[in-house]
Design a protein around this ligand. Structure first.
Ligand SMILES: Nc1ncnc2c1ncn2[C@@H]1O[C@H](COP(=O)(O)OP(=O)(O)OP(=O)(O)O)[C@@H](O)[C@H]1O
Length: 236
């Protein structure tokens, strides 16, 4: 897969004073956030604070009303930024699966759309522990199985920016390491992950640092131990 043209010094995400309005209502206000290559960032905040909106912005599904937003140095809306879209994986709250297709068909469809062999789809399903049920229709699968299939979709597309909303919802404790394994894969290829979860202990254990959104107005690092190492690394 083609790597972004940006230099190695460019962070994966750089938001400076970014505001997002939805239906003319301000949802994010003056957000500053930098996510470096190799990092895994946990996003926390109360219901309605703007976590999903921030993930949707990072997925380039929303346009900033104000401020500057860059992915690997490419300004949002530019041709360079659009070219990076196939390298963004966004796993939302609800499974992005065709209910009437089997898990294998869902993955193979995505593989063909993205120019990958069927074997890559089967490998991704095996990686999330679903090889044995690959021929079940998605509609007949449990929430956790559907969730794992969504994670397999993210594995398949080899993302450089992994965005997980409600990362731990529907996953039992034995499946939680999958999220961490996926984030580690992304970090190893020089990408980064931004992950929302209401399971704060699990999230804290899985990420390099936590970032908190308060009323959509600003993004601040929390003072938990997980944050300190990154702050020190950045020399802040
Ligand atoms: N499509 C939309 N139309 C109108 N308002 C919206 C829309 N999407 C989000 N909002 C509003 O933006 C604010 C932030 O929503 P968002 O879903 O980003 O919050 P969140 O932090 O992810 O919440 P939760 O923890 O409940 O999932 C809320 O006040 C919400 O009502």
């Amino acid at each position: 897969m083609q790597e972004p043209a940006a230099g190695p010094a460019d962070p994966v995400v750089r938001l400076a004073g970014v505001s997002v309005d939805i239906e003319r209502v301000p949802v994010l206000r003056g957000v500053d956030l930098t996510v470096h290559r190799g990092e895994s960032v946990g996003l926390v905040g109360p219901n309605g604070s703007g976590k999903t909106t921030l993930l949707r912005l990072l997925a380039t599904l929303l346009t900033p009303a104000r401020g500057q937003a860059r992915l690997f140095g490419a300004e949002f809306g530019s041709r360079e930024c659009d070219a990076l879209r196939p390298r963004i994986a966004f796993v939302g709250h609800t499974p992005a699966l065709y209910a009437q297709l089997t898990l294998r068909e869902n993955l193979r469809f995505l593989a063909r759309l993205t120019g990958r062999p069927d074997a890559a789809a089967d490998e991704a399903l095996a990686l999330v522990g679903l090889a044995g049920v690959a021929d079940r229709r998605a509609a007949g699968c449990s929430q956790g199985m559907q969730r794992r299939t969504d994670l397999a979709r993210a594995v398949l597309t080899e993302p450089l920016l992994l965005l997980l909303d409600e990362a731990h919802t529907g996953l039992d404790s034995s499946s939680a390491p999958l999220v961490e394994a996926l984030m580690a894969q992304v970090a190893a290829r020089g990408g980064a992950s931004v992950v929302v979860s209401h399971d704060r202990p699990r999230l804290t254990a899985a990420v390099d640092r936590l970032v908190e959104i308060t009323g959509g107005r600003a993004v601040e690092n929390t003072v938990e131990d997980a944050v300190v190492s990154v702050v020190e690394r950045e020399g802040v």
